[in-house]
Design a protein around this ligand. Structure first.
Ligand code: NAD
Length: 476
C-alpha cells in the first residue's frame, strides 16, 4: 500500500491541514493500492501565500535563468521515465505501449515552453509606445485525470516561461502520479514557492483557488460543466481564465478518401487514451451509400485491437479510469440501443475474461441520428457513433451542429477540398488525412470547448499582461 500523506508548499513536502483520505484504486482490478490525503482550503491558502511571496523575486529572473529551470524540469522528468510510466499504467490504466510516450510528451512540453521563451520578445515598440509583456501573477493550475503529466507540464511550462509562480491542483484521482511528478519538480531545484502542489477536491482546494484574490489567473483543463463553474466563480476577483474543456469532435470522411486507411484511423482516433481523450473523433460522418463498407471496416478494426491488461505489451485498450466512469459509459451504450442506433460491434458489459476491472467493450454504433444522446454528449469511453450524409454541405452542417468545438478530422484525396472544409469547421484543431498534432502550435477550443490557447508561444502569451508606456524616452 502506498499512503501519500504530503502536499508540496514553499519548496517542501509538508503534512496538510486537511485530513480526509481518498483511496487509490487500480482500474484494471478495482483493488485499492493506496491512499492520498486531501488538502483543504487552508492548504490552498498557504500554497497561494507561498506563490505570492515567491513571485516578487521570480518575476525578476532573466530569460536564461528561467530557460535553465525548464531544462532542469525536463531532465528531472526524463530521469524517472520508467517509474512515471509504471504509475500511469497502475493508476490510470494506460496501455504500456503508450505510457512511456506520455511521460516524454510531458517533458517535451517544457522544452517547447523553453523554445517559446527564448524566441519571445518581451519588449517591442508600436508608434511612440514601448509595449512590455509582464507575468500576470500567481497562476492556479487545475487539471483532470486523463493526461495528468502532460496537462500539468503544458501549463507549468508556460507559467515558468512567463515568470509566474503557480499552485497546482491535480485531479484527486492522480495521487500517485502527482507524488512522483512533484518529486521531479523538487529535484529540479526550482526556487522555493515557485511551484506548489496541493492534492484535494474541486469543491475545497479548487474552489479556494478560483475565488482567492491573490490568484491572478486560473489555467484549467477539465469538463465543460466545471469550466463554466470556474468562469462564474472567478468573476468577482476578475481573474483571467484559460479553459480547455470537453469535446464531441467530428471526423468527416469524403467519398474520394481511401476508406481502407481512413476508417481504421477514425476508429483509433475515437479510442485514443482508452476512449478518454478530449479530442477523440467520436462522431464519424460518412457518405450514405458507403455505410455497409464502413461498418465492415470499423468492425474489422475493432477486432484487430487487443483490449486487455494495460501492463501487457500488446494491449491497445485498457480500462476506464473509475467504476463511476465505467457506469457512465455503460449508460450511454444502453441509451444508444434504446434510442434505436444499430450496434455494429461491442455493447454493454465487460469483454470476456476481463470482468474484474473497468474494462468496456469497444463499441461502434451505426445509423446514429443527430438527436441521439450518443451523437450529442461527451461519453469519455470507446464508443464511436457513425452518422451518414448525402452532400458535403450537409456533412459540414452536421459537424458544426454541436455546442463543442475542440477537434475535427478530415479525410479526402482532394487537398483543396480538405482545406476548404477546414476553413468551414468550427473547431480549434483540425487534422487532415491522419496528420498528427503539432505540440508547439496553439491548442484549444471554439464555443463550449474553451477559452484561450495552450502550448508554445500562445500558451506563454496567455500568462502575460501587456503594459503600454509612452514618454519612456522623453526627458523633462
Ligand atoms: P472535471 O471537470 O471533473 O475535473 C477537472 C479538475 O477540476 C479536477 O482537478 C477537479 O478536482 C477540479 N474541479 C472540480 N470541480 C471544481 C470546482 N468547482 N472548482 C475548481 N476545480 C474543480 O474533469 P475530469 O473528469 O477530471 O476530466 C475529464 C474532462 O476533461 C472531459 O470533459 C475532457 O474532455 C476534459 N479534458 C479537456 C482537455 C482539453 O484540452 N480541452 C484535455 C483533457 C481533458
Amino acid at each position: 500500500m502506498r499512503n501519500l500523506e504530503q502536499v508540496y508548499i514553499n519548496g517542501k513536502f509538508v503534512t496538510p491541514q486537511g485530513t480526509d483520505r481518498q483511496e487509490l484504486v487500480n482500474p484494471s482490478t478495482r483493488e485499492v493500492f493506496g491512499t492520498v490525503t486531501l488538502g483543504n482550503e487552508e492548504d490552498a491558502k498557504l500554497a497561494i501565500a507561498a506563490a505570492k511571496a515567491a513571485f516578487t523575486s521570480f518575476t525578476k529572473t532573466s530569460v536564461q535563468e528561467r530557460a535553465a529551470m525548464l531544462q532542469r524540469l525536463n531532465d528531472a522528468i526524463l530521469d524517472r521515465t520508467d517509474e512515471l510510466a509504471e504509475a500511469n499504467i497502475l493508476e490510470y490504466g494506460a496501455p504500456r505501449m503508450a505510457a512511456a510516450g506520455r511521460v516524454k510528451l510531458a517533458a517535451a512540453n517544457l522544452m517547447d515552453s523553453k523554445e517559446a521563451l527564448e524566441q519571445f520578445e518581451f519588449v517591442h515598440y508600436i508608434g511612440k509606445a514601448k509595449v512590455v509583456s509582464e507575468p500576470v501573477g500567481v497562476i492556479a493550475i487545475i487539471t483532470p485525470w486523463n493526461a495528468s503529466y502532460s496537462q500539468i507540464t503544458a501549463k507549468l511550462g508556460a507559467a515558468i516561461a512567463a515568470g509566474c509562480t503557480v499552485v497546482i491542483k491535480p485531479s484527486e484521482l492522480s495521487g500517485l502520479q502527482t507524488q512522483l511528478l512533484t518529486e521531479c519538480f523538487h529535484a529540479a531545484d526550482i526556487p522555493a514557492g515557485v511551484i506548489n502542489v496541493v492534492n484535494g477536491l474541486g469543491a475545497t482546494v479548487g474552489a479556494e483557488l478560483t475565488r482567492n484574490r491573490d490568484v491572478a489567473m486560473v489555467n484549467f483543463t477539465g469538463s465543460t460543466r466545471v469550466g463554466k463553474e470556474i468562469r462564474r466563480s472567478t468573476v468577482d476577483s476578475m481573474k483571467r481564465v484559460t479553459l480547455e474543456l470537453g469535446g464531441k469532435s467530428p471526423n468527416i470522411v469524403l467519398d474520394d478518401a481511401d476508406f481502407a486507411k481512413a476508417i481504421p484511423a477514425a476508429v483509433r482516433s475515437c479510442y485514443m487514451n482508452n476512449g478518454q481523450a478530449c479530442v477523440a473523433g467520436t462522431r464519424l460522418f460518412v457518405p450514405e451509400h458507403r455505410l455497409d463498407e464502413v461498418k465492415l471496416l470499423a468492425r474489422e478494426t475493432v477486432l484487430s485491437m487487443k483490449v486487455g491488461l494495460p501492463s501487457e505489451a500488446d494491449t491497445m485498450l485498457g480500462p476506464i479510469v473509475t467504476e463511476k466512469q465505467y457506469n457512465q459509459v455503460q449508460h450511454y451504450i444502453r441509451a444508444g440501443l434504446q434510442e434505436g442506433a444499430e450496434l455494429v460491434i461491442g455493447g454493454e458489459g465487460h469483454p470476456e475474461g476481463l470482468e474484474q476491472g473497468n474494462f468496456v467493450k469497444p463499441t461502434v454504433f451505426a445509423n446514429v441520428t443527430e438527436a441521439m444522446a450518443i451523437a450529442k454528449e461527451e461519453i469519455f469511453g470507446p464508443v464511436l457513433s457513425i452518422l451518414t450524409y448525402r452532400t458535403e454541405e450537409e456533412a459540414v452542417e452536421m459537424a458544426n451542429n454541436t455546442d463543442y468545438g475542440l477537434g475535427a478530422y478530415i479525410s479526402t484525396s482532394n487537398l483543396k477540398k480538405a482545406n476548404d472544409l477546414a476553413s468551414r469547421i468550427q473547431a480549434g484543431v483540425i487534422l487532415i488525412n491522419g496528420a498528427g498534432f503539432e505540440m508547439k502550435a496553439p491548442f484549444g477550443g471554439f464555443k463550449h470547448s474553451g477559452i484561450g490557447r495552450e502550448y508554445g508561444i500562445h500558451g506563454l502569451q496567455d500568462c502575460l499582461e501587456t503594459k503600454t508606456i509612452t514618454g519612456f524616452d522623453l526627458p523633462m
